[in-house]
Design a protein. Structure first.
Length: 624
């Protein structure tokens, strides 16, 4: 098994691949220019040479140049250096040259993927990308379907849109043709498995009543008189879910947050207890959403446990839609796929990752429960996955993939059924997605990235593995760091939890300080010196992000972390909020030309300098 050369895929932190990039960019721009010139060469030029020498014409070009020069100056001075290994902030990194070049080249053609006549080249690419993602996620590509969205938020909207409409179908069938669901009460109808509901859709089509059924479903009658149940999400959910239940009329009162455990994964026992409580009150569960790669901690919910839980409930007549929000972590499934795109066995996975030099021999990743979660992903009814995160393509490119393409009939707005036209027909794309006009350049960028970089351990797995390795080095250094001096005072640092993926959260505290409020303020000051707040990005030695873990969003899960930093339980009970520094290690270059020791020495040198500045500033304030 031979993996791709990761260094050859990016422009690079110092533009190491600039020669290749410029040559390909020039070539693709020339191709577009020639395309315009060669389209009906018998046509006269619209602008003559003499007109191009006109004073107003020249001044207009000069004005355009001035504006572009001003823009590039602003971009260079104020943009975040995603490409640099010094940047460990948000979920951003260098992007693939293939994706960038494909986007820039396609952008000149300006295709609009909402309608086939506006995107005859890129419409089919979007359908192809959906199947590529479906295959990578473990779905049967003969039955599944996916497409590009502008981001993970819209992808999540589409998943709950489908789940909502699906839940209402059996009740609508009962109103239109009771004989198809005879002897079934409303509770039974509201607890049909997703597969059984879609079979019922097929029966309604065969009976010639499906259009009327859709009219009587929630998409026709609305949510006002519908009681479709609760949406269960972990406390670590992305904020898009709060908006989704609002936009789709489900209501925030019908979304319940499930407690996370000390690893910031959904607490399966709390999930079970919540479901049991709802069942006892005859309240159905509309959907359960799990996260693979939370945006705050990079945590991976134990999806395999949720899948097993659903199986057990279905034995007793209770079922629900299962969605996975893998906007951030979805592409990491490539780490588990061999060069034949088969999910590797647990017994030889780590050996393979070490043999391919994807992970260091000392790096013990993944945990067994993380492995099982990625293995269980094909059991979900739909999955959100963002190419513009771990797919390393430029914004904006999210995606949603459905296990069973029959769900498209629940949201489609055309007369013919999927079976008659085909879910792979790009002419129909705009009829069953939420968005209207959408850039075909995004689909081209993802398509090109996938063709250059295999969706398995030899391709994307090699890129993502570098980030996982970097995060583990970071974490290992944090847990082995002794107390240290800075500015004549003693400090300590603690990681939030061992990373399931590639995010490392941590906080500093002064030895002897037991005030959580003071610790939060101290870390806020560190962030201010390690972010855009410090001034021009060139002034930053290291750039990070931050987040707050409050009791409102996480319950008491952060309390164990604060105790390791010298904060008492009583103090946590009074403040109920901890400020943490957050580093997303997407860069594939953090582990280049460095060792655990060398990287950590450089990092701690930077942090001592920042902390010393804070100590000095505090001393000056006291003196004043």
């Amino acid at each position: 098994m031979k993996k791709i050369n990761v260094d050859a895929l990016f422009l690079g932190p110092k533009s190491e691949n600039r020669k290749f990039f410029k040559e390909m960019l020039d070539f693709m721009m020339d191709e577009h220019i020639h395309w315009r010139r060669d389209f009906h060469p018998e046509d006269e030029p619209a602008v003559s040479i003499s007109e191009q020498q006109d004073k107003d014409y020249m001044e207009t070009l000069e004005k355009t140049e001035e504006v572009l020069l001003e823009l590039t100056n602003k971009l260079k001075v104020s943009s975040m250096p995603w490409f640099s290994p010094r940047y460990l902030g948000h979920m951003n990194s260098d992007t693939l040259m293939a994706a960038n070049l494909a986007y820039m080249a396609t952008m000149l053609y300006n295709p609009n993927n909402v309608a086939f006549e506006g995107s005859p080249a890129t419409g089919p690419l979007e359908i192809e990308v959906g199947l590529q993602l479906a295959r990578m996620l473990g779905y049967d590509t003969r039955k599944s379907w996916g497409h590009i969205t502008c981001d993970g938020t819209i992808a999540n909207y589409e998943s709950i849109w489908v789940a909502r409409n699906l839940k209402s179908i059996p009740l609508a069938v009962k109103k239109v043709e009771p004989g198809l669901v005879k002897d079934m009460d409303d509770w039974q109808l509201l607890n049909m498995t997703p597969d059984r509901v879609l079979d019922l859709v097929d029966e309604a089509k065969a009976a010639g009543i499906f259009d009327k059924v859709r009219d009587y479903s929630v998409r026709g009658v609305g949510m006002l008189n519908e009681r479709l149940g609760k949406v269960l999400v972990p406390q670590s959910k992305h904020y898009s879910w709060t908006k989704a239940v609002d936009v789709l009329g489900i209501g925030n009162d019908n979304m319940l947050s499930i407690q996370v455990d000390e690893n910031f994964r959904m607490d399966i026992n709390h999930l079970k207890n919540t479901i049991d409580g709802l069942i006892s009150k005859k309240i159905p569960i509309l959907a359960v959403m799990a996260v693979v790669g939370t945006t705050e901690e990079g945590a991976v919910d134990e999806l395999q446990e949720i899948v097993e839980l659903r199986r057990e409930y279905e034995k007793h007549g209770v079922s629900f839609y299962l969605h996975v929000d893998a906007a951030y972590g979805g592409y990491a499934r490539t780490v588990f796929l061999n060069d034949k795109n088969e999910f590797m066995g647990w017994d030889n996975l780590k050996e393979t990752l070490h043999d391919l030099d994807i992970l260091h021999q000392e790096t013990d990743w993944p945990a067994k429960e993380v492995y099982e979660a990625f293995k269980a992903m094909p059991e979900a009814d739909s999955i959100t996955i963002d190419p513009h995160k771990m797919g390393y393509v430029p914004y904006a490119a999210g995606a949603v993939v459905f296990k069973d393409k029959r769900v498209l009939d629940l949201v489609s707005y055309f007369a013919a059924y999927i079976e008659e036209k085909g879910a792979s027909d790009p002419e129909l794309l705009g009829s069953y997605i939420l968005e209207g006009s959408k850039a075909g350049a995004a689909a081209a960028a993802v398509w090109a990235a996938h063709l250059v970089v295999p969706l398995n351990v030899t391709g994307y797995g090699a890129i993502i593995g570098r980030g996982i390795e970097g995060a583990n080095r970071f974490y290992n250094s944090l847990i082995t760091e002794k107390n240290f001096d800075a500015g004549g005072r003693r400090f300590k640092v603690e990681p939030l939890t061992k990373p399931d993926f590639n995010i490392v959260d941590f906080s500093f505290n002064e030895i002897g300080n037991s005030s959580l409020k003071m610790m939060n303020e101290f870390n806020r000051k560190i962030y201010d010196l390690c972010s855009f707040h410090a001034g021009p990005v060139y002034a930053d030695d290291w750039i990070t992000s931050k987040t707050d873990l409050s009791i409102k969003n996480y319950g008491d899960a952060p309390q164990e972390f604060t105790s390791r930093l010298g904060i008492t339980e009583r103090e946590w009970e009074q403040v109920h909020d901890v400020y943490v520094l957050r580093s997303c290690v997407l860069t594939p270059f953090l582990v280049k030309h460095t060792t655990y020791e060398a990287y950590w020495r450089n990092f701690m040198k930077t942090m001592r300098k920042k902390i010393a500045r804070i100590v000095e500033s505090e001393s000056l304030k006291k003196a004043a």
